[in-house]
Design a binder for this molecule. Structure first.
Ligand SMILES: Nc1nc2c(ncn2[C@@H]2O[C@H](COP(=O)(O)OP(=O)(O)OP(=O)(O)O)[C@@H](O)[C@H]2O)c(=O)[nH]1
Length: 316
């Protein structure tokens, strides 16, 4: 039997090297309180902070994505390292956690500059020598005698073959930018896993609409049909001298009948006001931001039958 000759015409798998894009998984690890969350927030621009909205790859939960130029940095969660409790740190010394950092492209191993302890050594022992690791000596701003750093760093280098060493402060934007530059070359040439803004938008908008929906159903009881939906129509982050973060959100509740609309608005607008206040209060806590929430109620009969529209409300 001979091989069919038309095989040359079959579609070829894409050649990874052909892309100018880079994309890779980056794990931020370190003992509690060294500044991992602060660093992650600085790296992803504070856009991903809601834990319930974490995306998933096969083996990792994704805590944030940042795309700069041609390079997409996908930050992977390493559960167990992200805790303040020493018991949880002990728990983290297990295979699941080791597995989570075993197949990332790059590890950022975070320590407090000038303060290397047994806790660091325990986490360090879990790193695999074949995955490039960058030693991030964080909180450099509080180190007074920088000369004392060198012997400690040599000690660290003896324990693990770090690819590079970056002294920095997660609170310093220039340092954070520099860190991206250092990391870039360790991410493989391959197409991006996520759209440029995919996670940044979706991750907070979705819980926001769910929050309004939850209050809506809780405060209207069983009277309202489940076909009522909530769409986020406007989402604007604004700089504010007073608040760390300020977000203006406009949401629309879509119902099928005028009678449902009246039910939601309530006497003198009382019910809608309560829905808004409760949703806003919880969103502020969840997003750690000042939130201005406007809610509109629209009647669109039969919308639940319209597939495209259902999709546009996020029920895919
Ligand atoms: N001075 C200074 N403080 C920092 C820096 N980075 C983080 N911190 C502070 O260090 C403390 C711990 O930071 P986190 O980001 O919560 O540390 P973590 O490693 O995520 O802690 P766990 O969640 O317990 O694992 C916070 O009070 C931060 O504000 C820095 O570069 N300089």
């Amino acid at each position: 039997m001979t091989e069919p000759e038309e095989s040359a015409a079959e579609p070829q798998p894409p050649v990874a090297e052909a892309t100018t894009q880079r994309c890779g998984l980056v794990a931020i690890v370190g003992k509690p309180n060294v500044g991992k969350s602060t660093l992650l927030n600085a790296l992803v621009g504070q856009k991903i902070s809601i834990t319930s909205a974490k995306a998933q790859t096969t083996r990792h939960r994704i805590t944030g994505v940042r795309t700069i130029g041609e390079t997409q940095y996908v930050f992977a969660d390493t559960p167990g390292f992200q805790t303040r409790h020493s018991t949880a740190l002990n728990r983290s010394l297990n295979k699941a956690v080791t597995g989570a950092i075993a197949d990332v492209d790059l590890v950022l191993f975070v320590v407090e500059a000038g303060n290397f302890t047994l806790g660091d050594a325990k986490v360090l022992a879990l790193l695999k020598p074949d995955i490039p690791a960058i030693l991030v000596a964080n909180k450099l701003d509080v180190v007074h005698r920088r000369a004392e750093l060198a012997p400690r760093l040599r000690d660290m280098q003896q324990r693990h073959p770090f690819a590079e060493f970056v002294p920095m402060s997660a609170r310093n934007a220039k340092d954070v930018d520099r860190l991206f530059g250092v990391c870039e070359k360790y991410l493989p040439h391959q197409p991006w896993m996520y759209g440029e803004d995919e996670l940044t938008d979706r991750s907070e908008k979705f819980p926001a609409s769910e929050m309004v929906r939850e209050k809506l159903f809780r405060l209207t009881g069983d009277e309202l049909p489940y076909t009522s939906a909530v769409a986020i129509e406007k989402w604007e982050e604004e700089p504010s001298p007073k608040f760390k973060r300020m977000v203006r959100i406009a949401a629309t509740i879509v119902v099928e009948r005028e009678s449902h609309k009246a039910m939601i608005i309530g006497e003198g607008g009382e019910k809608l006001k309560r829905i808004g206040t409760e949703a806003r209060t919880e969103l502020e806590r969840l997003m750690d931001a000042k939130v201005f929430l406007q809610i509109f109620v629209k009647v669109r009969s039969g919308w639940a039958d319209d597939e495209a529209r259902v999709r546009s409300f996020g029920y895919e």
